[in-house]
Design a protein around this ligand. Sequence first.
Ligand code: MG
Length: 261
Amino acid sequence: MLDAAGSAGRAAQPEDQRRGSGDDPARPAGEPSERASQRHRHHRDHDPTPPHDLELTARRRRIADAVPGFFPPAELAALVAAAERAPAGGGWLVELGAYCGRSTIALGSVAADRGLYLLSVDHHRGSIEQRPPFPWADPRVRDGDLGTIDSLGTLRDALRLAALEEVVVAWVGTNLALASWARPLAGLVLIDGGHDALNAHLDLELARSLLVPGGLLCIHDVYEDPRDGGQAPWRVLVAALHLGFQLVARHGSLAVLEAGR
Ligand code: MG
């Protein structure tokens, strides 16, 4: 709101009106005055992001580590590092697959520090392997009335504790529905949703629709060896390389790729 008010105030400055009318004999019509160009330089150079609150950032990182989930702290730190250097794009970071919010809090913390938003996409009914009878089904994330997984409540609690409710927007629905809405707005997309082949590849297509040129694509749970884990994320990585993405970092099972410019 402050930015909008500031812009409105600047638009009404007399020298802007003079520039519009071109009535300065020393300057051709339409050419900005020196003062105006200095002001624009100042405005452009001014860091629009909110002051970096180190204590709050540290608290958010602690909350991220405490939320139930499958992101090891070292890989979460690598994800944060990627988000810190990703292009601002259209002002968004995106995660496909949130579960209880471990990566959501980590990415949301970076988004808050950089003045960006995070779109957090999940149907919150758990991916196949997070439902009974699989061993990753967590009874803490079960809706007692419906008998289904419900990770949304835990995510919302975590967002509130981390003071990120104004930064993170939760899309509670499927990747298919989002695909018809997607625009290239994101400087970074994390793929960490359903690890079955169909959903993993749908998420890759969705990520390609969302990423800006030069944006970072992060893929979690990449295991070349089937003895270490499911193969869909690995195949998504291979597909992404064939589609022109460049691998820029690997940290455990997290792969970071860069989109073409
Ligand atoms: Mg994962």
